[in-house]
Each structure stands twice: as C-alpha cells, then as structure tokens.
Design a binder for this molecule. Sequence first.
Ligand SMILES: Cc1ncc(COP(=O)(O)O)c(C=O)c1O
Length: 374
Amino acid sequence: MARLYLSPPHLSGNELGLLAEAIESNWITTLGPQVEEFELELAATTGAASVLALSSGTAAIHLALIVNGIGAGDEVACSSLTFAASANPIVYTGAAPFFVDCDESWLLDPSLLDEAIAARKRAGARVRAVIAVDLYGACCDYEAITAVCERHDVILIQDAAESLGATYRGAPSGTQAPLAALSFNGNKIITTSGGGALAGADESLVAHARKLSTQAREPVPHYEHTEIGFNYRLSNLLAAVGRAQLAVLPERIAARQRINARYRELLGDAPGIAFMPAPTDGTSNCWLTCLTVDPAAFGADREQIRLALEAEDIEARPVWKPMHLQPVFADSPIYGGDISARLFERGLCLPSGTAMTDDDQDRVVATLLSTRSA
Ligand SMILES: Cc1ncc(COP(=O)(O)O)c(C=O)c1O
C-alpha cells in the first residue's frame, strides 16, 4: 500500500499545459505573463486590491514588516502556536518578537494580546506590529484583534499561509488586515511547489514591497539603489503551476471540508478525542484536520497514535510546537502559553490531502482506533 502523506500536492491536470505555454513564450524568469495573471487571479480570489507573487510566504511576512518600517529596537507580537516561519522574519528585520497564547479556539487570544501589548509598553518596549496566524485553515477573530491593534496603535499583519479560501464574516481570507501573507509551499491547499504572495488593501505598501522584492531597483536604465532589496520574486514557471492550481481551489476546499466532516463523523464519538473547533464566524478551508487526544479517556496518547500510524505508513504530525517552547525563542517574552503547550502535547494533525480516498481515510481511522487497547 502506498504511503499516505499528511498533505501532498494534488495536481489539477493543467499544470503541464500552462508550463508549456510559459516555456514556449520564453518567459522562464521572475517576470512574465503567468506571474501577472497569477497576481490578478489571486486578487480576484482574495478580494485584495493588490497582490505581489513572491518566492515564499516567509518572504511575504518579511516584506510586510519592512514596508511598515519595522526594524531594530521594535517589538512585534506573534501567535505562539504556529510554524516558525511566522516569527522568523521578525528577527530578520532586527526587531524582537514576543509571543501570545491562543484561546480554546486554537487561535490568537485577543484579550491576552491586549494585555500583552500593554505589559510590553509598560516595560518600555516600542511595540509596532502584531502577526496574527490563521491556523490550519481557520481565520483569527479579526474584529477583536483589529480593535486591540487600533487601541495600541500597532500594525496588523495577517499570516494567511494556511487559510487561502477560508472566510471570515463572509469575506475571503487575506483581507482581514492591511497586508496578508499567503503561502504556496508544497504542503498547502494549493501549491506552486514553493512560493507565496503578499496581498494588500494598501496598494502603495504592496508597490513598495514589489520594488524591494526585485533588489530595490530604482526605475532608471542603469542599476540604481537607494535602499536594500531582496531577490524574492516568483518565477514565471512556478506562477504557471500556481494558476493551474488556483483554478481548482474551490474543489480542493470542498474536498478538505468533506474529509474534515468525515473524520468528525467517524471519530467524534471516541472518548477523549476532540477536534479543533470549527470557526463560529466564518468557514475554515480545513487545510489540515487536527484533534487532541486525552490519553486517560482514550486509552492511548498522541505519540502512541502517531507511531501506530507511522508503522502503517501513514504520516501524521504533532500540532505545531509553540514558539515559546522553541529553544531558539527561549529569551522572548510569552504571555499565557499553557493552552498552546497542551495542544502541542495532545494534538495531532491527520492526513488531509485532497486526493485521499474514503478507503485511505478508513485506514487512518481504523489504525487510530486500534491503539485504544494497545
Ligand atoms: C503559518 C505559516 N506561516 C508561514 C509559512 C511560511 O510559508 P512558506 O513556506 O511559503 O515560506 C507557513 C508555511 O510554510 C505557515 O504554515
């Protein structure tokens, strides 16, 4: 039986056609019609005024911080329960991160964020921005988070790397903050193999990011630079792959949501199993289906389950290890922390790839349940 991966790429069938178009047109660089079309199509999908295709979601977060003038001496709040790529760009700029726990929604806790920013300010910190992370396909409580940011006069950056196609109060993910980062990494709901984008309501910020992403070249015939730039653009070849993928996004979302609903149906009654709560003010794209395991009630712990799945060639992963527990961020302040620590200890992400069959899913469920008597 073939290995069942957590979230492998799922081709639409039109990737080769668009790639051939790109190659035949000789646009195989970081410029070209596929990049332009991909940006326009992403703007239409997200409703963002302006979109900049980039080499990664990490680059998008980095540029979002830079165009807001964040650098040495500044502090930036970040969700603790996330992938390190949400927080690393803070350090790239010379600013310092501090971390804020989630609440029982698994997403950034707005009132704790409020307290954390107030506490950092009392300690004399220059708090400039918040990076709110949409986890596993669900958007944060942006109404509350925006109010906190306004109260403290700090910038909000949306890390929407995992939430393309989700909605918050009827609006597509990627428009809940002035700038949002998207990712098309190989494990995401759609992929360019590797890539990302910066989506923004503020076209001048995106235009500045565009300039910075191409080595900050000034618009003159020779190479003239007045600021430090980066080589962060997406290749026209990868944009072709992205366009083929974006065309099937609605099907991919529907499939992930169906997989999520079926896991809930098949496992919802098992004692000690609790799923990541579904959003109450929007829809998740259900990028990954995640649950927690109470070992006393279930009869096996998260790691026993993960290893049993691995023995059956099924890839499952612990929920993100929170940033405040990462050795590299040991010196960064943390506000709260117990909830994300518990989610890490007990949380498991199940295979959620859209090419997965019901039989594949039944295999995951049977193996998971078989550990109860182990
Ligand atoms: C929450 C989160 N933020 C940022 C990133 C970074 O995206 P990329 O891998 O495209 O740099 C990812 C995914 O990899 C992610 O899951």
